[in-house]
Design a protein around this ligand. Structure first.
Ligand code: NDP
Length: 251
């Protein structure tokens, strides 16, 4: 019960990596609230015992996020905030209008900013807290045809590095966890796109996606959650400003 007595909030906790993180933190004793837009998914995660409570909120909405976090903190102050909600869109740069860059920044970067803005003051007051962003290997290197996503994830990693220095003496740590392609609906959507655009089979599309990973496979959401658990635990207090790559040795 590494996290007994801790209160964690996970954005995008209704499915995929976020749900695995919520379930892992809860299994290790934390009270966990999940945030997202799809009420059915959030409710079903709670019913399955992967979270204690949920709230509907678009992570890009600053005021809604502030109100949501403050409401969740009424039951118990927030000790752990996981900015996991994210989205990807693919397309060559010349067919990626500024609006796509804005949209993906709004979810991936501003969504993280909004959660951290809302959760950090209470943590500083108590001299203790964990902020974690689920960025991506795309926060460290480029990939073709996803420039808007790569740009937004690089920004998330930059935010983490900077905020870690600002909070270094406050008892709050700030880190990023950066997976390669993971086994979730996000990647299933990417496989659908490759199949539709190229006529490849699903097996060929999957092989194309995992070829950057030397282990030749998708990352399991639980593997990402295990790293988050480590960063939330009592022994990681001096780990801050880091990006933990979960990528099978890709780089
Ligand atoms: P999924 O597409 O399976 O899930 C995304 C989650 O984000 C959903 O729960 C969704 O909830 C939530 N979400 C999206 N937009 C918003 C929004 N505007 N407001 C609130 N919630 C939102 O993705 P994954 O689980 O695969 O990805 C989780 C994180 O990991 C993302 O940040 C992603 O970029 C990152 N990542 C994923 C990789 C992968 O290969 N899967 C690899 C590297 C990083 P709802 O529908 O309820 O709004």
């Amino acid at each position: 019960m590494l996290l007994a007595g801790r209160h964690a909030v996970v954005t995008g906790g209704g499915r995929g990596i976020g749900r695995a993180i919520a379930a892992t933190l809860r299994r290790h004793g934390a009270r966990v609230a999940i945030i997202g837009r799809d009420e059915a998914a959030l409710a079903s995660a709670c019913e399955a015992g992967d979270a204690d409570a949920y709230a509907i909120c678009d992570v890009g909405d600053e005021a809604a996020m502030a109100a949501t976090v403050s409401r969740l903190a009424e039951t118990q102050p927030i000790d752990i905030a996981i900015a996991n909600a994210g989205a990807v869109e693919t397309g060559p740069f010349l067919r990626s209008p500024a609006e796509r860059f804005r949209r993906l920044s709004e979810i991936n970067l501003i969504g993280t900013v909004n959660l951290f803005h809302a959760a950090l003051p209470g943590m500083i007051e108590r001299g203790d807290g964990r902020l974690i962003a689920i960025a991506s290997t795309a926060g460290h290197r480029g990939y073709p045809y996803v420039s808007a996503y790569v740009a937004a994830k690089h920004a998330v990693v930059g935010l983490v590095k900077s905020l870690a220095l600002e909070t270094a003496r406050s008892g709050v740590t700030v880190n990023a966890v950066c997976p390669g392609y993971a086994d979730t609906e996000m990647v299933a959507g990417g496989i659908d796109t490759i199949v539709a655009k190229t006529g490849a089979t699903r097996e060929q599309a999957l092989a194309e996606m995992v070829k950057a990973n030397p282990q030749g496979r998708l990352i399991a959401p639980g593997e990402v959650a295990a790293s988050v658990l480590y960063l939330c635990g009592p022994g990681s207090g001096s780990v801050t400003g880091q990006s933990l790559l979960i990528n099978g040795g890709e780089f």
